[in-house]
Design a protein around this ligand. Structure first.
Ligand code: ATP
Ligand code: MG
Length: 200
Protein backbone atom coordinates (compact mmCIF):
# COMPACT_ATOMS: atom_id res chain seq x y z
CA UNK A 1 0.00 0.00 0.00
CA UNK A 2 1.25 3.49 -0.75
CA UNK A 3 -0.04 7.03 -0.95
CA UNK A 4 -1.32 7.74 -4.45
CA UNK A 5 -2.24 11.37 -3.94
CA UNK A 6 -2.95 14.10 -1.44
CA UNK A 7 -5.74 16.59 -1.90
CA UNK A 8 -5.25 19.74 0.15
CA UNK A 9 -7.89 22.43 0.54
CA UNK A 10 -7.04 25.52 2.56
CA UNK A 11 -4.44 23.56 4.49
CA UNK A 12 -1.64 25.84 5.77
CA UNK A 13 -0.05 27.57 2.76
CA UNK A 14 -2.30 25.74 0.26
CA UNK A 15 -5.01 28.36 -0.24
CA UNK A 16 -6.20 26.73 -3.42
CA UNK A 17 -7.41 23.16 -3.83
CA UNK A 18 -4.24 21.25 -4.67
CA UNK A 19 -3.83 17.64 -5.74
CA UNK A 20 -0.35 16.26 -5.25
CA UNK A 21 0.37 12.93 -6.98
CA UNK A 22 2.70 10.38 -5.42
CA UNK A 23 4.44 7.61 -7.33
CA UNK A 24 4.79 4.03 -6.27
CA UNK A 25 8.47 3.90 -5.49
CA UNK A 26 9.82 7.33 -4.88
CA UNK A 27 8.57 10.90 -5.02
CA UNK A 28 10.57 13.97 -4.12
CA UNK A 29 9.26 17.45 -3.61
CA UNK A 30 11.61 20.32 -4.20
CA UNK A 31 11.20 24.05 -3.80
CA UNK A 32 12.68 27.12 -2.11
CA UNK A 33 12.66 27.62 1.66
CA UNK A 34 9.20 28.40 2.94
CA UNK A 35 7.44 27.18 -0.20
CA UNK A 36 5.42 24.53 1.64
CA UNK A 37 7.35 21.25 1.35
CA UNK A 38 7.14 20.43 5.05
CA UNK A 39 3.50 21.56 5.06
CA UNK A 40 2.84 18.61 2.74
CA UNK A 41 4.24 16.23 5.37
CA UNK A 42 2.22 18.02 8.04
CA UNK A 43 -0.89 17.41 5.96
CA UNK A 44 -0.28 13.66 5.99
CA UNK A 45 0.25 13.64 9.77
CA UNK A 46 -2.90 15.71 10.21
CA UNK A 47 -5.12 13.56 8.00
CA UNK A 48 -3.90 10.19 9.26
CA UNK A 49 -4.16 11.21 12.91
CA UNK A 50 -0.41 10.77 13.46
CA UNK A 51 0.10 14.40 14.35
CA UNK A 52 0.37 14.32 18.10
CA UNK A 53 3.08 11.70 18.22
CA UNK A 54 5.22 12.99 15.36
CA UNK A 55 5.05 16.69 16.17
CA UNK A 56 3.06 18.62 13.64
CA UNK A 57 4.25 22.21 13.44
CA UNK A 58 1.25 24.15 14.73
CA UNK A 59 0.20 25.34 18.16
CA UNK A 60 -3.47 24.77 17.64
CA UNK A 61 -5.47 22.90 15.05
CA UNK A 62 -6.99 26.08 13.67
CA UNK A 63 -3.49 27.35 12.77
CA UNK A 64 -3.63 24.70 10.05
CA UNK A 65 -6.36 26.56 8.18
CA UNK A 66 -5.05 28.70 5.34
CA UNK A 67 -4.56 32.25 6.52
CA UNK A 68 -4.15 34.71 3.64
CA UNK A 69 -2.37 37.17 5.91
CA UNK A 70 -0.10 34.60 7.54
CA UNK A 71 2.52 36.21 9.80
CA UNK A 72 0.50 39.41 9.76
CA UNK A 73 -3.17 40.23 9.53
CA UNK A 74 -6.11 38.78 11.40
CA UNK A 75 -6.80 35.11 10.76
CA UNK A 76 -10.56 35.68 11.13
CA UNK A 77 -10.67 36.92 7.55
CA UNK A 78 -9.64 33.69 5.83
CA UNK A 79 -11.50 30.46 5.13
CA UNK A 80 -13.19 28.70 8.06
CA UNK A 81 -12.28 25.20 7.10
CA UNK A 82 -9.34 23.11 5.94
CA UNK A 83 -9.40 19.62 4.51
CA UNK A 84 -6.81 17.02 3.63
CA UNK A 85 -7.54 13.79 1.80
CA UNK A 86 -4.96 11.02 1.64
CA UNK A 87 -5.70 8.68 -1.24
CA UNK A 88 -4.14 5.29 -0.56
CA UNK A 89 -3.44 2.79 -3.30
CA UNK A 90 -4.49 -0.59 -1.92
CA UNK A 91 -4.34 -2.53 -5.20
CA UNK A 92 -1.83 -4.91 -3.57
CA UNK A 93 -4.56 -5.87 -1.08
CA UNK A 94 -2.65 -4.80 2.06
CA UNK A 95 -6.05 -4.21 3.64
CA UNK A 96 -8.86 -6.65 2.99
CA UNK A 97 -12.34 -5.40 2.21
CA UNK A 98 -13.69 -6.72 5.54
CA UNK A 99 -11.12 -4.68 7.45
CA UNK A 100 -12.14 -1.49 5.69
CA UNK A 101 -15.86 -2.28 6.04
CA UNK A 102 -15.41 -2.85 9.73
CA UNK A 103 -13.51 0.43 10.22
CA UNK A 104 -16.01 2.41 8.14
CA UNK A 105 -18.98 0.76 9.86
CA UNK A 106 -20.63 0.32 6.48
CA UNK A 107 -20.69 -2.01 3.47
CA UNK A 108 -21.28 1.00 1.26
CA UNK A 109 -17.67 2.04 0.74
CA UNK A 110 -17.11 1.38 -2.95
CA UNK A 111 -14.21 -0.80 -3.97
CA UNK A 112 -11.19 -0.86 -1.67
CA UNK A 113 -8.48 -0.70 -4.34
CA UNK A 114 -8.47 2.93 -3.33
CA UNK A 115 -8.86 3.92 0.30
CA UNK A 116 -9.60 7.53 1.06
CA UNK A 117 -8.87 9.00 4.47
CA UNK A 118 -10.01 12.57 4.87
CA UNK A 119 -9.91 14.96 7.78
CA UNK A 120 -11.53 18.37 8.06
CA UNK A 121 -11.05 21.03 10.67
CA UNK A 122 -13.63 23.78 10.94
CA UNK A 123 -13.59 26.85 13.12
CA UNK A 124 -16.46 28.87 14.53
CA UNK A 125 -16.30 32.11 16.52
CA UNK A 126 -15.08 30.46 19.69
CA UNK A 127 -14.50 26.80 18.97
CA UNK A 128 -13.30 24.28 16.42
CA UNK A 129 -14.45 20.91 15.18
CA UNK A 130 -12.60 18.05 13.60
CA UNK A 131 -14.08 15.35 11.36
CA UNK A 132 -12.66 12.15 9.88
CA UNK A 133 -13.93 10.23 6.86
CA UNK A 134 -13.04 6.82 5.53
CA UNK A 135 -14.15 6.38 1.89
CA UNK A 136 -16.59 9.24 2.52
CA UNK A 137 -18.17 7.61 5.59
CA UNK A 138 -17.92 9.63 8.76
CA UNK A 139 -15.73 7.81 11.32
CA UNK A 140 -13.75 8.45 14.51
CA UNK A 141 -10.02 8.93 14.77
CA UNK A 142 -9.70 5.55 16.47
CA UNK A 143 -11.34 3.82 13.48
CA UNK A 144 -8.69 5.35 11.20
CA UNK A 145 -5.86 4.52 13.59
CA UNK A 146 -6.99 0.91 14.08
CA UNK A 147 -7.27 0.39 10.34
CA UNK A 148 -3.89 1.95 9.55
CA UNK A 149 -2.25 -0.06 12.33
CA UNK A 150 -3.35 -3.21 10.45
CA UNK A 151 -1.29 -1.89 7.52
CA UNK A 152 1.69 -1.16 9.78
CA UNK A 153 1.16 2.59 10.01
CA UNK A 154 1.14 3.70 13.65
CA UNK A 155 1.73 7.01 15.44
CA UNK A 156 4.80 5.53 17.18
CA UNK A 157 6.18 4.08 13.96
CA UNK A 158 8.88 5.39 11.71
CA UNK A 159 6.75 5.71 8.60
CA UNK A 160 7.36 9.41 8.85
CA UNK A 161 10.87 10.79 9.32
CA UNK A 162 10.72 14.45 10.19
CA UNK A 163 13.17 17.24 9.36
CA UNK A 164 15.91 16.90 11.99
CA UNK A 165 15.16 13.23 12.81
CA UNK A 166 18.14 11.94 10.85
CA UNK A 167 20.52 14.32 12.63
CA UNK A 168 18.92 13.22 15.89
CA UNK A 169 19.59 9.57 15.08
CA UNK A 170 23.20 10.29 14.08
CA UNK A 171 23.82 12.12 17.37
CA UNK A 172 22.40 9.29 19.51
CA UNK A 173 24.48 6.87 21.50
CA UNK A 174 24.81 3.39 20.03
CA UNK A 175 22.43 2.08 22.70
CA UNK A 176 19.72 4.58 21.81
CA UNK A 177 20.09 3.76 18.12
CA UNK A 178 19.72 0.09 18.94
CA UNK A 179 16.39 0.87 20.66
CA UNK A 180 15.09 2.40 17.44
CA UNK A 181 16.17 -0.59 15.39
CA UNK A 182 14.48 -2.89 17.93
CA UNK A 183 11.32 -0.85 17.59
CA UNK A 184 11.32 -1.00 13.78
CA UNK A 185 12.07 -4.73 13.86
CA UNK A 186 9.16 -5.21 16.28
CA UNK A 187 11.44 -6.59 19.01
CA UNK A 188 10.84 -3.72 21.42
CA UNK A 189 7.28 -4.90 22.01
CA UNK A 190 8.61 -8.23 23.30
CA UNK A 191 11.25 -6.54 25.45
CA UNK A 192 8.47 -4.58 27.15
CA UNK A 193 6.42 -7.75 27.65
CA UNK A 194 9.47 -9.59 29.01
CA UNK A 195 10.17 -6.79 31.44
CA UNK A 196 6.63 -6.75 32.78
CA UNK A 197 6.70 -10.57 33.06
CA UNK A 198 9.84 -10.34 35.22
CA UNK A 199 8.18 -7.73 37.40
CA UNK A 200 5.30 -10.14 38.05
P1 ATP B 1 12.24 24.72 4.24
O1 ATP B 1 12.95 24.44 2.96
O2 ATP B 1 12.76 25.95 4.91
O3 ATP B 1 12.11 23.53 5.14
P2 ATP B 1 9.46 24.34 3.43
O4 ATP B 1 9.27 24.26 1.94
O5 ATP B 1 9.46 23.05 4.17
O6 ATP B 1 10.76 25.20 3.78
P3 ATP B 1 7.16 24.97 4.97
O7 ATP B 1 7.67 24.98 6.35
O8 ATP B 1 6.39 23.79 4.50
O9 ATP B 1 8.34 25.32 3.95
O10 ATP B 1 6.23 26.24 4.72
C1 ATP B 1 6.31 27.37 5.50
C2 ATP B 1 5.36 28.41 4.93
O11 ATP B 1 4.03 28.05 5.20
C3 ATP B 1 5.62 29.74 5.58
O12 ATP B 1 5.79 30.68 4.56
C4 ATP B 1 4.36 30.01 6.36
O13 ATP B 1 4.04 31.36 6.31
C5 ATP B 1 3.34 29.21 5.58
N1 ATP B 1 2.19 28.85 6.42
C6 ATP B 1 2.16 28.07 7.52
N2 ATP B 1 0.92 28.01 8.04
C7 ATP B 1 0.13 28.77 7.23
C8 ATP B 1 -1.25 29.13 7.24
N3 ATP B 1 -2.09 28.68 8.19
N4 ATP B 1 -1.71 29.94 6.26
C9 ATP B 1 -0.87 30.40 5.29
N5 ATP B 1 0.44 30.10 5.23
C10 ATP B 1 0.94 29.31 6.19
MG1 MG C 1 10.80 22.16 5.54
Amino acid sequence: MHIRALVLENFKSFGRKTRIPFYEDFTTVSGPNGSGKSNIIDSVLFALGLARARGIRAEKLTDLIYNPGHDGTDSQEGPREASVEVVLDNTDGTLAREQVVSAAGSEDIGDVETISVRRRVKRTEDNYYSYYYLNDRSVNLSDIQDLLAQAGVTPEGYNVVMQGDVTGIINMTAGQRREIIDEIAGVAEFDAKKESAFEE
